[in-house]
Write a new protein. Structure first.
Ligand SMILES: Nc1ncnc2c1ncn2[C@@H]1O[C@H](COP(=O)(O)OP(=O)(O)OP(=O)(O)O)[C@@H](O)[C@H]1O
Length: 262
């Protein structure tokens, strides 16, 4: 269901130069289209799923389209398949295995998932998997050193980390450790922003976020969605699952995909 019409970026291709490098790589905005997506897994409940060939249907024929500049909210009750659909659309289930099968059509600018699309895709999972002993800056620098192209110098990577830190409003906790249950560290909202920062560092064209606001207070949730909305405005294609957004937050999205319970 489309909530309101959106202004879209042209979908034409463009070339960007990596900061300070002579290497160019395609940074085309991505139009994601999906049609009749079905995801089934083998279950132990053989009786229940006999007509299903012994597979439990988790996603039952979902279709939609998200364009550059748009932010889609995926909503639905717990267990309705939001995480599963996000993973399917982000290419995490790109081949059917003996225990699961994915059917339907998912295209990125009209083509199937590929390693080049993978490089342009960011996925922020529900759980923040971060090293508790590193600071915010060290965490993001570690990601930059691992994931940014070798053509960038160390100083360019540090500069990009600092840009992301200020973009996500993390300057005040730049040198605080992440922490965990035992060691006091940054807050839940800051931790979530660090996870988002790890993905936006690679400047993805397609960004998936699994419940980026869960467990956060309304103000922090709004701040996070605003930051992500700004990224969408810059031409990224954004999809996120979200639980019970406030009405203010709800109207920040351009599209809504509502999954019913299983
Ligand atoms: N590999 C799997 N094997 C068995 N069941 C699975 C598997 N993957 C997902 N499911 C089931 O599919 C359903 C959808 O799971 P999913 O995590 O996508 O839901 P969700 O909408 O993201 O839920 P929540 O809002 O609680 O995070 C759940 O009932 C889950 O138990």
């Amino acid at each position: 269901m489309e909530m309101k019409s959106s202004t879209n970026f042209a979908s034409s291709s463009s070339q960007e130069v990596d900061q300070g490098s002579t290497v160019t790589r395609s940074k085309r905005p991505i139009i994601l289209k999906f049609e009749n997506v079905v995801y089934k897994i083998k279950t132990k409940d053989h009786e229940k799923n006999k007509e299903d060939g012994g597979r439990g249907t988790i996603i039952k024929g979902v279709s939609g389209e998200v364009r550059p500049g748009e932010m889609l909210a995926m909503m639905g009750p717990s267990g309705s398949g939001k995480t599963t659909l996000l993973k399917a659309l982000s290419g995490r289930f790109n081949s059917s295995s003996s225990s699961s099968v994915l059917t339907g059509s998912i295209t990125y600018n009209g083509t199937g998932f590929s390693s080049s699309i993978n490089r342009l895709t960011g996925f922020v999972s529900q759980d923040d998997i971060l090293y508790p002993h590193l600071t915010v800056f060290e965490t993001l620098l570690f990601t930059a050193l691992l994931r940014l192209p070798r053509s960038l110098t160390a100083q360019q990577k540090i500069d990009l980390v600092d840009t992301v830190i200020s973009q996500l409003g993390l300057s005040a906790c730049r040198n605080n450790i992440i922490g965990n249950q035992e060691i006091r560290g940054v807050s839940g909202g800051e931790k979530k922003r660090v996870s988002i920062g790890q993905e936006i560092l690679i400047d993805p064209r397609l960004l998936f976020l699994d419940e980026p606001t869960s467990g956060l207070d309304a103000t922090t949730a709004q701040r996070i969605v605003s930051v992500i909305g700004e990224l969408a405005n810059k031409g990224k294609t954004v999809l996120m699952s979200i639980h019970q957004p406030s009405s203010h937050l709800f109207y920040m999205f351009h599209k809504l995909l509502l999954l019913s319970g299983r």
